[in-house]
Design a protein around this ligand. Structure first.
Ligand SMILES: Cc1ncc(COP(=O)(O)O)c(C=O)c1O
Length: 452
C-alpha cells in the first residue's frame, strides 16, 4: 500500500462513520436534528471533548506528511485543507442544513454554505449557463427579490446576452410551459416571493421541469425548512438567504445551496448531476471564492438550533398582525398567504406546514413571518406611516428576532426601475413588514398609531 493510499482508506472510514451518523439523525425529529445535526460524540472526542461544534478560524490545515497532503489536495480523502474550500465549522453546518432540508423524506441531500444569499443564487444558477448556445435561456419568477432580479436582468441578460424569460403569473403553469424550449437551462421560482408573497405550485412546476430534463431551483428563504422543504415536493435545488430567519439573531450575512442527488441538467458533467453542491464546492466555488467565514457559520449554527420554535412564534404573530391590518380602515390590501382572502392561500396551505406540528403533535399550517400591505393614500401615505414607526425598525432586513419594515419601491426594488417594478408588481404604497418575536399586541398598537 502506498502512503497516499493509507490516507485514502482512512478518509473512506471517516465517510462511512459520517454516513452512519446521518442515517441515525434521519430517525430523529426536526428540533433534535437542528440541535445536534452532524456533530456527534465521536467528533467531540476528536475535538477535546467539546459538546459544541469547533469554531475553526485557521485558514489552513497542517498535514502529517507529503502523502497526506497529496491525498487531500487531490480530493481523494476528506480533509480541511484550505478554508475557502473546506472547514470543519462550515462542514457541520452544511451537514445539518442538508438533513433539515431533506427532513421527512428519503431523498438524499447535500449543502454548501456561501458568503451571502446572492452568492448562493449565483453559484446555483451559473453552472447551468455554461456551454453557451444561441438562444440559451432560463425561465424565472418576475416577482423575485430585487437583488435576484438585478443579477438575472443586469448581469445575465444585459451583460452576457442570456435570454431571461420572466413569468408574471407565477401560479399559472402554462405561463411557465410556453416559455420553455430546447435551449432552456432551468426554472427559477421564489416561494413565497419577497415582497409580494406570491405562491407557486411546486409539484407541477417540478414535473414540468423534469419533463424537459432541466432542474427546478427554488428560493425558499421566507419559509425556511421549518415550514416547507421544496426538495420533498420535487424541486432539485434550494437556495437560501441564511442572513434572514435561519440566522435570525442578525449576526451574519450568509447563503446556502441545498440540492438532492442526481438532478437533471442539459449541460455539465455527470459529477455535477450526481452531487450538485459537492461539485459546486470543489470546483466553481474554489475559483469564484464565495465561501462563508467560519465565524459566521458558528453564529448560524447556534441560530439554527431554535429555528422551528422561532418560526412558529413569528408566524403565529404575523397571522394576527395580518388579520389586524386587513381590517384596518387605512389599509388598501394585505399580502399574506395565511389570509383566506389571499389568492395563493389554498396553494400555500398545501405546502406550508410547521415541521412536526403543534405542541400536541397535530399538523398545523403556518405561513411565515413576512407580509406586505398597501397604505391608502399612495406613496406619501406609505412614507408617513413608515416614518411614524417607533419600535419596528426601518431597515432593508427581514426574518429577524426584531420586527422590521421597509418600502420596497424606494429601497430593495428601487434599482430595477419603474418597468422592473411593474413586472414584479411592486406599487409605491407597499410596505413590507417582517414580524419578529415581540408581543403581537405591541406590534398592532405600533402599526395603528403609525397608520393614524
Ligand atoms: C428571498 C431572498 N432571496 C435572496 C436574498 C439575498 O440574500 P443576501 O442578502 O443574503 O445576499 C434576499 C435578501 O433580502 C431575499 O429576501
Amino acid at each position: 500500500m502506498t502512503g497516499v493510499q493509507k490516507y485514502i482508506d482512512r478518509g473512506m472510514e471517516k465517510l462511512q462513520s459520517e454516513m452512519a451518523r446521518k442515517q441515525m439523525m434521519k430517525t430523529k425529529r426536526f428540533d433534535t436534528i437542528a440541535a445536534h445535526g452532524l456533530y456527534g460524540m465521536e467528533d467531540a472526542m476528536a475535538n477535546q471533548g467539546s459538546i459544541m461544534e469547533p469554531l475553526t478560524v485557521s485558514p489552513a490545515q497542517h498535514f502529517e506528511n507529503s502523502d497526506h497532503l497529496e491525498a487531500a489536495l487531490s480530493y481523494q480523502t476528506p480533509a480541511w485543507g484550505y478554508t475557502r474550500i473546506h472547514n470543519p465549522t462550515l462542514h457541520y453546518l452544511e451537514g445539518t442544513l442538508a438533513l433539515l432540508e431533506g427532513y421527512g423524506s428519503d431523498v438524499e441531500t447535500s449543502a454548501v454554505m456561501t458568503s451571502s444569499g446572492m452568492s448562493a443564487i449565483f453559484m446555483a444558477t451559473n453552472p447551468f449557463l455554461q456551454a453557451e448556445t444561441d438562444g440559451m435561456n432560463f425561465v424565472a419568477d418576475a416577482k423575485c427579490y430585487g437583488g435576484t432580479f438585478m443579477l438575472f436582468d443586469e448581469r445575465y441578460q444585459n451583460e452576457r446576452g442570456i435570454d431571461v424569460r420572466w413569468v408574471q403569473d407565477t401560479a399559472n403553469i402554462d405561463a411557465w410551459a410556453t416559455r420553455i424550449d430546447d435551449e432552456t437551462r432551468f426554472l427559477y421560482v421564489e416561494m413565497p416571493s419577497n415582497p409580494s408573497l406570491t405562491v407557486a405550485d411546486l409539484e407541477p412546476l417540478a414535473n414540468l421541469a423534469h419533463d424537459h430534463g432541466i432542474p427546478l431551483i427554488v428560493d425558499s428563504t421566507l419559509t425556511t425548512p421549518a415550514l416547507m422543504r421544496p426538495i420533498c415536493h420535487g424541486a432539485d435545488i434550494v437556495v437560501h438567504s441564511i442572513s434572514k430567519a435561519i440566522g435570525g439573531s442578525g449576526s451574519a450575512i450568509a447563503g446556502a445551496i441545498v440540492a438532492k442527488h442526481h438532478i437533471p441538467s442539459r449541460v455539465g458533467t455527470d459529477e455535477m448531476r450526481e452531487n450538485f453542491t459537492g461539485y459546486v464546492k470543489l470546483w466553481p466555488m474554489r475559483d469564484h471564492g464565495t465561501s462563508l467565514s467560519p465565524l459566521s457559520a458558528h453564529f448560524i449554527l447556534n441560530d439554527l438550533r431554535t429555528l422551528r420554535t422561532r418560526v412558529d412564534v413569528m408566524s403565529k404573530s404575523a397571522m394576527r398582525v395580518a388579520q389586524f391590518l386587513e381590517a384596518h380602515d387605512r389599509v388598501e390590501a394585505v399580502h399574506y398567504p395565511g389570509l383566506r382572502s389571499n389568492a395563493g392561500h389554498a396553494t400555500a396551505s398545501k405546502y406550508m406546514w410547521l415541521a412536526d406540528g403543534d405542541e400536541s403533535g397535530s399538523a398545523v399550517n403556518r405561513y411565515g413571518h413576512l407580509m406586505s400591505f398597501m397604505v391608502k393614500g399612495g406613496a406619501e401615505a406609505a412614507r408617513n406611516t413608515l416614518d411614524r414607526l417607533q419600535i419596528i425598525w426601518r431597515a432593508t432586513d427581514l426574518g429577524r428576532h426584531k420586527s422590521v419594515a421597509v418600502i420596497p419601491a424606494i429601497s430593495t426594488h428601487q434599482q430595477q426601475g419603474e418597468e422592473g417594478r411593474e413586472l414584479a408588481g411592486i406599487p409605491a404604497n407597499l410596505i413590507r413588514l417582517s414580524i419578529g418575536v415581540e408581543h403581537p399586541a405591541d406590534l398592532m398598537d405600533e402599526l395603528d398609531q403609525a397608520l393614524r
